[in-house]
Design a protein around this ligand. Structure first.
Ligand code: ADE
Length: 374
């Protein structure tokens, strides 16, 4: 057979052949069908929404999705055009700090289009058979959502290129002179990638996305609406000022706002009359050690460390992570984006520096202010 012949994946012989390639030794010895039992990626619990708190309050349509208005407007047009053309959506890449709604917007896109979404993340696609397995099990028109897509390994990326571009899987079998490339057609699908680090994506992968969009931190007003919506769903009583007080300390991040609503609601029920007003919100958040900027103990420890041990910086992120016994990734992906955005921390080629605002926030005199005393 010619190496470029297209094979119907539903044709049993070829399907079994690929299953054998995908599966482990046991399958090669003839134990077919083990893939679905053994490969965690195709287990529904890993690829469908799990029924956690976050999922129970996720908005499902554009109307209930608050904020990111520029993105929503663009998406409405894109979705409408795809429906009129009766073509799948372009592949999309969403990037930005964690908790801003990258998974949520992917879910909204799926439900607005009336199509299914399969959710996975790059660390779960470690072996070639993981990505091949999920691609081959996609149904036509489905969305494949890959979180933390910057962590895909080279092999997985190379499998994705023809899948994204031509909806095919290119497989090489045999060695050197007898090697053959088999092209297996895939159903047309839309890949939605999400990442906190767009800069770490290889350019060939980045170039294959038709739409690339950065999610922004939310304003206080937007977050107050998120808080109000979540409180309504959870039947928590909250005043407008109470919602604003929580919003102010939520670091521009709906995921944090939603967590704080629940935490503050516990305080409201146990220590107050069950209603979250401004006073209840502020007192509860003070007890939780979340300050007026939304900084928690780790954020303050990070700023304090740089000020006290490194004269305000610059100091490398590895040093900071080691001193705080934190993971470099947690510092870079979780703590820093908001500290940078809030202007409390600065990134320089030689490392991180606390800004004059950072000093002020901690009630410490900045070096420039100290010098002016003399
Ligand atoms: N919960 C989390 N993100 C949200 C958003 N953008 N709008 C409404 N509720 C949310």
């Amino acid at each position: 057979m010619h190496p470029n012949t297209y094979f119907d994946v539903n044709q049993n012989s070829w399907y079994n052949y690929f299953m054998a390639i995908l599966s482990d030794d046991e399958d090669l010895r003839g134990n077919k069908g083990a893939l679905n039992k053994k490969n965690p990626i195709v287990k529904p619990e890993n690829i469908e929404y799990d029924k956690t708190f976050e999922n129970s309050i996720r908005p499902k349509d554009f109307d209930s999705y608050i904020g990111q208005s520029a993105l929503k407007e663009t998406l409405k047009i894109t979705l409408e055009a795809a429906k009129l053309r009766e073509k799948p959506l372009d592949h999309m890449l969403f990037y930005g700090p964690p908790g801003l709604g990258k998974t949520t917007i992917a879910g909204v896109i799926a439900s607005q289009m009336g199509i299914d979404i399969r959710i996975t993340s790059a660390p779960a696609l470690e072996r070639p058979r993981d990505i091949i397995g999920i691609l081959m099990s996609l149904k036509g028109g489905e969305i494949l959502f890959i979180d933390e897509i910057h962590r895909l390994n080279k092999v997985a990326e190379e499998i994705l290129y023809p899948a994204m571009e031509d909806f095919t899987l290119d497989m090489t079998t045999g060695k050197s002179q007898t090697a053959k490339t088999l092209r297996v057609p895939l159903p047309k699908f839309t890949l939605i990638g999400a990442t906190t680090k767009a800069g770490e994506l290889s350019s060939p992968l980045r170039d294959r996305f038709g739409m690339i969009h950065r999610l922004e931190f939310y304003t206080i007003d937007e977050l107050a609406k998120v808080v109000q919506r979540t409180a309504d769903i959870l039947e928590i009583k909250i005043t407008e000022e109470g919602a604003k007080a929580i919003a102010r300390r939520s670091r521009g991040t709906p995921r944090i706002a939603n967590r704080l609503v629940k935490r503050v609601s516990d305080f409201a029920i146990v220590k107050y009359d069950g209603i979250i007003d401004e006073k209840v919100a502020n007192e509860s958040l003070d007890i939780l050690k979340i300050d007026e900027f939304g900084l928690d103990n780790t954020d303050r420890a990070l700023l304090n460390l740089i000020i006290e041990k490194y004269d305000g910086g610059p100091v490398g992120v590895e040093t900071i992570a080691a001193a705080l016994s934190e993971d470099v990734r947690t510092i870079e992906d979780v703590c820093e984006p908001y500290l940078l955005q809030a202007g409390l921390l600065q990134r320089t080629p030689r490392g991180r520096k606390v800004s004059p605002e950072g000093y002020r926030h901690l009630g410490v005199k900045a070096p420039s202010e100290q010098q002016t005393l003399f």
